[in-house]
Design a protein around this ligand. Structure first.
Ligand code: 5GP
Length: 120
């Protein structure tokens, strides 16, 4: 099963304003900020404000308004960053095999260069 949500995780601390982040977007449902170790010219993380461990948790437990609000935020961030024309990549890691490091659901938005084909 899924692990319980840990309120001490780093993204929970960013949501509470306990540690700084370079925010690019915020509304009722979501927060977006630059990744601290960017892997592309544009590398932004989008997180829901609710307490969800991963995409599995979010997809099965969040309400329809939260799910819609989160994905609307992803689209708004891409538009705000000027990525729509050239394209971009959205990715989420889940659990141990997925390489997830921070146990608060997030999607990565990568852009700003021609990205290579996915290896897996
Ligand atoms: P994951 O492997 O969980 O999908 O990726 C977590 C991401 O969060 C990594 O790309 C990592 O660089 C980023 N990250 C980890 N700690 C911090 C932090 O304190 N601030 C920011 N802005 N990004 C972080």
């Amino acid at each position: 099963g899924l692990p319980p949500y840990d309120d001490g995780n780093i993204f929970a601390r960013i949501l509470r304003g306990e540690i700084p982040a370079r925010k690019v977007f915020e509304d009722k449902h979501a927060l977006a900020f630059h990744d601290i170790a960017p892997q592309a010219p544009v590398h932004v993380l989008v997180i829901p404000k609710g307490r969800y461990v991963s995409v599995a948790d979010f997809s099965t437990q969040a309400g329809a308004e939260e799910v819609a609000g989160f994905w609307r935020a992803v689209g708004q961030v891409a538009k705000q960053l000027g990525l729509e024309g050239q394209g971009f990549r959205v990715l989420t890691n889940m659990g141990a095999d997925g390489g997830q490091e921070v146990p608060h659901f997030h999607v990565h938005i990568f852009g700003g260069k021609r990205l290579g084909a996915m290896l897996v």
